[in-house]
Design a protein around this ligand. Structure first.
Ligand SMILES: NC(=O)c1ccc[n+]([C@@H]2O[C@H](COP(=O)([O-])OP(=O)(O)OC[C@H]3O[C@@H](n4cnc5c(N)ncnc54)[C@H](OP(=O)(O)O)[C@@H]3O)[C@@H](O)[C@H]2O)c1
Length: 384
């Protein structure tokens, strides 16, 4: 059976995909770069052990190809390239930089998202991997309002941050690749942790805002008679009724795996968006509750955040980066996804689930540590 080449297998979505694809009986080959402390094999083995301990059963291992999408040929050597050409016919290109800030085209998120995707495409052409699954984002819609369809991409929209723009460029590049036999595009909305356990491996978006509020509350110091920190004067520049589309990672991965496993569903674009978005007011209420603070106000979407207080000033500066995060989402029409997976409705992200997600993140100090794995030969199959 041919392998599925997977990029970004060590990230939040990638780890779920690895588990779900292997459990569905697929053979997977993961292109993984070393971390500061660990080799690619150790990283993948550690990720697999996390799943095995959670599921209480053993899982097959993927083939590990130590590489980096930012290098030509993905940094793979001749033997690895030959292996991929002989053993892979499908790729899920999921790796990306989720940085919302950039110092320019020579830095992230452009380097990984645009140049990295170009490297991935060139590699696939060379290795005759022509069944391509591309992980984009629903936020290629940028600042559009109203209904956004799965068939639409470049509608002349403006962007809230360089991440969105870089993902549009990457998606266009993939769509222009003539050598592909089949292209399927997944566009998830804002991915949060596991709908059941609240677990996450990386902390983007919702978690950044939560962590900022958590840090602010800690620096503001004393709790009052209510047992909470009072934050009068801290006004976030939103109205409170903005809609945000949050989707649990387990659901995103399940839907993707089901689509990857069924050739009849290939070749489409899928918005992975919830049926019911959450309001910025609910997010604020949940943050207040878990962080133990009250009085976070709304100053209105068009206002500027400002203060004389030094701690609040730092908070606002960081929040400004995520201002785009709070803006009202358009309506992501997800007709293709609903038709493809009618048996897999998105779990409703309600107050209870948001509380669980937020509490788990705080308990873990916004950090994830894999179990320690001793590096030794043949840890996982690899060609490194
Ligand atoms: N999170 C969201 O809310 C969200 C929403 C919509 C779409 N998406 C898309 O979903 C995909 C996965 O996102 P995620 O949330 O799982 O992000 P994540 O947790 O930050 O994981 C990103 C993954 O990409 C890998 N990667 C980045 N640059 C790489 C490089 N140069 N070479 C090799 N690997 C590289 C990372 O490897 P390291 O572990 O080595 O850093 C990691 O495995 C991305 O395409 C993202 O744009 C995410």
């Amino acid at each position: 059976m041919a392998n599925i080449l997977l990029t970004g297998a060590t990230g939040l979505l990638g780890r779920y995909l690895l588990k779900d694809l292997l459990q569905a009986g697929h053979q997977v080959a993961a292109v993984v770069r070393p971390s500061r402390r660990s080799d690619p094999e150790v990283r993948v083995e550690a990720a697999m052990r996390v799943w095995e301990s959670q599921l209480g059963k053993s899982l097959p291992r993927p083939m590990v190809l130590g590489g980096d999408i930012n290098s030509p040929d993905l940094g793979l050597d001749g033997r690895q390239i030959r292996w991929a050409a002989e053993n892979c016919d499908t790729i899920i290109h999921n790796a990306a930089s989720l940085s919302f800030v950039s110092t320019g085209r020579e830095s992230e998120p452009w380097v990984s998202n645009v140049d990295g995707t170009r490297n991935v495409l060139e590699f696939c052409e060379q290795a005759s991997i022509r069944n391509f699954f591309h992980v984009s984002t629903a936020y290629v819609a940028g600042k559009r309002t109203g209904i956004v369809r799965e068939s639409e991409l470049d509608e002349g929209q403006e962007f809230a941050n360089p991440y969105e723009e870089s993902k549009v460029e990457a998606e266009k590049m993939v769509r222009d690749a003539k050598f592909l036999d089949s292209l399927t595009v997944f566009r998830p909305a804002i991915i949060v942790g596991d709908s059941q356990t609240g677990m996450t491996f990386t902390y983007h978006n919702f978690y950044v805002v939560l962590q900022l509020c958590y840090t602010l509350a800690r620096s503001m110091g004393k709790v009052d008679l209510t047992g909470k920190v009072s934050s009068p004067g801290v006004q976030v520049n939103v109205d409170g009724h903005e809609c945000k589309n949050l989707v649990p990672v387990d659901w995103v991965s399940q839907v993707m795996s089901q689509i990857v496993s069924d050739p009849a569903l290939h070749g489409e674009t899928y918005h992975l968006a919830p049926r019911v978005p959450v309001s910025s007011r609910l997010i604020r209420d949940v943050i207040e509750e878990v962080v133990g603070v009250y009085g976070l106000g709304f100053s209105g979407a068009d206002s500027t955040m400002g203060t004389d207080n030094e701690i609040e000033e730092v908070f606002f500066k960081h929040m400004e980066v995520y201002h785009s995060y709070w803006k009202d989402d358009p309506i992501f029409d997800a007709s293709n996804t609903r038709a493809a997976c009618p048996d897999l409705p998105c779990p409703h992200v309600d107050r209870e689930m948001l509380l669980r997600l937020a509490r788990v993140a705080i308990e873990r100090s916004f950090n994830w540590r894999d179990p320690k794995v001793e590096a030794r030969p043949e840890l996982v199959p690899s060609l490194n």
